[in-house]
Design a protein around this ligand. Structure first.
Ligand SMILES: [Fe+2]
Ligand SMILES: [Fe+2]
Length: 168
């Protein structure tokens, strides 16, 4: 056996976990693409909450603005975590948020934010499974904590909308 062949057969057996090098690469790439999709969503959430809190009018402006400011801090933490993780895995973190839908009325803003939170929960659910396939338990736990944050945001908006009167 030549040195080259020995090297090749050793690296193959060291891959472990039943993954061939190509399936491990494919899992890594799928995970990186997914995390970048999520990062664009987090940047979108930061812009949405900031933009809507600036435009918000009506009798609940103060309360909703305060709620939005709290959520901006959470979304910023999520974005930083994702950007760090993408860079650590050898990817290039995106700098582009998803497009922010226009809204002028408070109720419309809340409905769009609710849809964005639900989307984030669905996306993280998928990402948690991909992190499991990739064998990164730490990432899985971090994403689960982010889902818990998004669920809290979603429920808060749902509770606000549940008591909303049509004329507001
Ligand atoms: Fe988030
Ligand atoms: Fe959120």
């Amino acid at each position: 056996m030549t040195v080259q062949t020995q090297k090749a057969s050793r690296s193959k057996s060291e891959v472990g976990r039943g993954n061939t090098p190509s399936s491990e690469d494919a899992n890594r790439q799928a995970l990186l693409d997914g995390l970048n999709h999520d990062l664009a969503g987090e940047y979108q959430a930061i812009v949405m909450y900031t933009h809507y809190s600036a435009k918000m009018t009506g009798p609940y402006r103060r309360e909703l603005r305060a709620l939005f400011q709290l959520e901006i801090a959470d979304e910023l933490g999520h974005a930083q975590f994702l950007a760090d993780k993408i860079a650590t895995l050898g990817g290039e973190p995106t700098t582009k948020p998803r497009a922010v839908p226009n809204a002028d009325e408070p109720r419309e803003m809340l409905e769009l934010l609710l849809a964005a939170e639900k989307q984030a929960i669905t996306d993280y659910d998928k990402r948690i499974r991909q992190a499991g396939l990739f064998g990164d338990v730490g990432l899985k736990v971090n994403l689960e904590n982010q889902v818990a944050d998004e669920t809290r945001h979603m429920e808060e908006i749902e509770r606000t909308l549940a008591g909303w009167r049509e004329h507001l």
